[in-house]
Design a protein around this ligand. Structure first.
Ligand SMILES: [Zn+2]
Ligand SMILES: [Zn+2]
Length: 354
């Protein structure tokens, strides 16, 4: 036994000395760097490769701050193509961390024009333009007012587009496709895409005074997803989400907001005191979300846009108390919660990207 310990000690000492020596050699350092850069330059995407409809939460919080979550964003992958629903603050970092292929993003959809849903559009434009090498302007679909959003970004970034084109040339930064191809959604013609396999339909939800506010239903080869956007309890959402495999629905905890309200009062935070009451009339309490999902007969309910977002698993348990009694299959999402719906199957595979 003593001998074995002695041998082990000398082996560890030997490899320690070799590593110490090698790590100080420029040629060995260069090899390590080369390997690391190669790995970073050919990243593996976290998205499934098989033919499926996938929904991935790229932002799970409301404007109420949480350091570990981005604001509203849902990525939908149908076959090879990717569509983004809302681009809240922090969502671009998530997609970058997860190596989402920018070239596959075929359009961005806006549920409504609140800042926590639109704030990173400028960066999504840049990434799809340069990294993604798209061959046309970025397609944007949104409610009335969305043209002002895209016109405003184009105006603000006029110089940026020109400087990048002058520096990198037409191959990397072609000016003719800088900017947006914007479609204002008219609910009299709610089907926005229908190519035989993929159908994306807009529907109205209630988020007064935000009007119009939209939800979206995505159907792909027999599988389906519905995304609520921001809404209070809404029968139209239930109608349009009928029998979908997965419903992504916003959620609000009245109890948590009331605690925040009390603490705001006690600490003299006037803004907090007013806002924690204001928001209660245009979001959906957790239990009502579960009831809506149950009524719509959805396969799996995924809560997102938590107002406020639970910071610990205990807070999550408290916030979602009572949901089990209403609906069997549900998940309180984090950034990275993913639902994969393979075609020709009834499977709903829920996972969490770390
Ligand atoms: Zn919101
Ligand atoms: Zn909103």
């Amino acid at each position: 036994m003593k001998k074995l310990v002695k041998y082990l000690f000398f082996i560890i000492l030997f490899f320690g000395a070799v590593s110490f020596f090698l790590l100080r050699q420029p040629s060995f350092q260069d090899k390590l760097l080369d390997r690391a850069v190669t790995r970073l330059s050919s990243p593996k995407s976290v998205l499934p490769k098989n033919d499926a409809l996938t929904g991935l939460v790229c932002g799970s919080r409301s404007p109420l701050y949480d350091p570990n979550r981005a604001e509203a964003c849902i990525l939908v992958k149908a076959g090879d193509d990717i569509y983004i629903f809302d681009t809240g603050n922090g969502s671009l970092k998530n997609l970058t961390d997860w190596n989402i292929p920018w070239s596959k993003i075929k359009g961005i959809f806006y549920t409504h024009l609140h800042s926590d849903h639109i704030s990173e559009l400028n960066e999504f434009h840049l990434n799809t333009w340069i990294q993604g090498r798209r061959n046309e302007k970025l397609k944007i679909y949104g409610p009335e007012g969305v043209q002002m959003l895209t016109d405003g970004i184009e105006l603000a970034y006029t110089k940026d587009y020109i400087f990048r084109n002058e520096h990198h040339g037409d191959f990397i930064a072609p000016l003719d496709i800088a900017g947006f191809n914007t479609q204002t959604i008219n609910l009299n013609n709610p089907v926005l895409i229908d190519d035989g396999n993929l159908k994306i339909t807009a529907y109205s939800v209630t988020h007064d005074p935000v009007d119009p506010a939209l939800g979206f239903r995505i159907d792909y080869k027999g599988r389906s997803i519905s995304i609520s956007g921001d809404t209070s309890y809404d029968e139209n959402l239930i109608k349009n989400s009928n029998n979908v495999d997965v419903l992504f629905h916003e959620s609000m905890s009245i109890e948590f907001l009331n605690i925040l309200n009390r603490v705001s009062k006690e600490t003299g935070n006037i803004v907090g005191e007013i806002v924690t009451i204001d928001v209660q009339n245009y979001h959906t309490p957790v239990i009502e979300v579960a009831k809506a999902a149950n009524k719509a007969n959805v396969g799996h309910l995924i809560f997102y846009h938590h107002a406020p977002a639970p910071r610990t698993s205990l807070m999550e348990k408290i916030m979602y108390r009572g949901v089990d009694e209403i609906i069997k299959n549900w998940t309180a999402s984090h950034d990275g919660t993913m639902a994969v719906l393979p075609v020709d199957s009834d499977e709903i595979i829920i996972s969490l990207i770390k």
